[in-house]
Write a protein that binds this ligand. Sequence first.
Ligand code: S3P
Length: 166
Amino acid sequence: MENIVLIGFMGSGKTTIGREIALLGGRFLLDTDGLIEQNMGKSVREIFASVGEKGFRKIESQLILWLSANVKNAVIATGGGMPIYNDVHYLGKVFWLDVGFESIIKRLDSIEKKKRPLFEDMTKAQSLFNERKPIYEKQAQYVIGGSAKPTEIAKKIVSLMNERVI
Ligand code: S3P
């Protein structure tokens, strides 16, 4: 089975929806931030503080290579910047969770914002969001609106995966 790859801005629900997809059965969830944190023994914030964003992006690129060579039957929740700096098609079928900036702000509480160094400044986060939108769109094979419940979105993604063109 080809991997399901979830992309989108910080707070768009990639991990939550990835977990729902995994709960539907047949796939395990791999969260790229989680994998990086586990491997480095540091949080994303600490990695940014020690090696900078550039260092973090290097680790992300190495992880993409490793995942594409070694992982199948998974649902992969990517970090928000991963498809900006890498071609994520190598990983599997790509779904963009297209959620508006206003909804993202409502979803992320202060603790969740603090985990994300690029969310420190709201104005900068908003321009990053605007800059990235066309790149997510370009990388995506499917665009999924984020207003439905996570379980419904998960079912929709799985049904799209199961569609076969005859
Ligand atoms: C980032 C998103 C974060 C994390 C890091 C950088 C980004 O992941 O990888 O803070 O550049 O958008 P989430 O999308 O899971 O928040």
